[in-house]
Design a protein around this ligand. Structure first.
Ligand SMILES: C[S@@+](CC[C@H](N)C(=O)[O-])C[C@H]1O[C@@H](n2cnc3c(N)ncnc32)[C@H](O)[C@@H]1O
Length: 239
C-alpha cells in the first residue's frame, strides 16, 4: 500500500507499512488530534486532563520507573494530570504532587480540594518562572526526596527554556524533566495552528537546552508510540 501526501507544494510517497509510513501517519494523526482538540475532551476521575491518551500511558510508565516522592507540575489547568499522577502515587503508596499554575480558577480549586486524591496534591498559584513561586515549590521538597518535574504551562520557546533552566536543579539524578507539547512545532500548519509556532515552541527550547546541558540525555523510550505531544520531551538526568 502506498501513501501519498501533498503538503506545502511537495509530494511525499511512502509504503504505508514502512517506518516512514508509520512516522507519516503518526505525524498526521498528531495534527488531527490537535485540530479536533481531542485532548480537551478527556477526563481523569471526572476532571479534565489535557493530554494525549498515549502520553498518559507513558507517564504512568515513567512514574513507575522513577518512583518519585514528589512530582512538580508546571501548568495545572483543571488539575486532571496532577490528579492522574496522584492516583498512580496512591496505588504505589507514596508520593505527592505540587501543581503550579499562573491562575487556578476557583471552581477548579474546589473540585480538586473535594477530589478523592486531594490529599496528595498541593496547588501553588503563580508564574512557574517567578522566583517567589519557585521558592514555594522548593520549600515543599524535603532533603532526599526523589523529584520528577513536568513542564506543561506556557509553551513559548523563551518560557520553556526559562523553566528548563530553573527546574533542572530540582530533578533527582536518574529522574526526569519532562518538557511537554513540543508537538506545537509540528502542528503550526493545521487550520487552527499559527505560523509562529514553527519556530516558537517547546521543542526549540529543548534543543537549545540540550546543546548546553550535558547532565541530561533525551530518552526516546517514552515517545516510542510516535503519537505524542511530547517529542524529545523526556529528559533524563544522568546519574
Ligand atoms: C496545557 S494547560 C495544562 C494542562 C494540564 N497539565 C493537564 O494535562 O491537564 C496549560 C496551563 O498553563 C498555565 N500557564 C500559562 N502560563 C503559565 C505560567 N507562566 N506559569 C504557570 N502556569 C502557566 C495556564 O494557565 C494553563 O492552565
Amino acid at each position: 500500500m502506498k501513501l501519498t501526501l501533498e503538503a506545502h507544494g511537495r509530494t511525499t510517497s511512502v509504503d504505508l507499512f514502512s517506518r516512514q509510513g508509520l512516522e507519516l501517519v503518526a505525524g498526521l494523526w498528531v495534527k488531527l488530534y490537535a485540530q479536533y482538540r481531542f485532548t480537551h475532551d478527556i477526563t481523569w476521575m471526572g476532571v479534565p486532563i489535557i493530554q494525549f491518551p498515549e502520553d498518559i500511558m507513558m507517564m504512568q510508565e515513567l512514574i513507575w520507573k522513577v518512583r518519585p516522592d514528589v512530582i512538580v507540575e508546571c501548568g495545572f489547568a483543571h488539575g486532571g494530570s496532577a490528579l492522574f499522577y496522584a492516583s498512580f502515587l496512591e496505588l504505589m503508596g507514596k508520593g505527592r504532587v505540587i501543581g503550579v499554575d499562573v491562575e487556578i480558577r476557583h471552581y477548579n480549586r474546589i473540585a480538586v480540594q473535594n477530589h478523592p486524591m486531594s490529599q496528595r496534591v498541593t496547588m501553588i498559584e503563580g508564574s512557574s518562572v517567578d522566583p517567589e513561586t519557585v521558592a514555594r515549590v522548593r520549600s515543599l521538597i524535603r532533603p532526599g526526596d526523589r523529584v520528577l518535574v513536568t513542564l506543561d504551562s506556557n509553551h513559548s520557546k523563551d518560557h520553556v527554556l526559562k523553566e528548563l533552566m530553573i527546574y533542572k536543579d530540582l530533578v533527582s539524578p536518574g529522574s526526569y524533566l519532562v518538557a511537554m507539547d513540543g508537538a506545537q512545532a509540528l502542528v503550526w500548519d493545521m487550520p487552527s495552528g499559527r505560523p509562529e509556532w514553527r519556530e516558537d515552541n517547546p521543542l526549540a527550547a529543548i534543543e537549545e537546552f540540550m546543546a548546553q546541558n550535558h547532565e541530561f540525555e533525551i530518552d526516546e523510550h517514552f515517545t516510542r508510540l510516535l503519537v505524542t505531544s511530547n517529542p524529545r520531551g523526556f529528559l533524563r538526568k544522568k546519574t
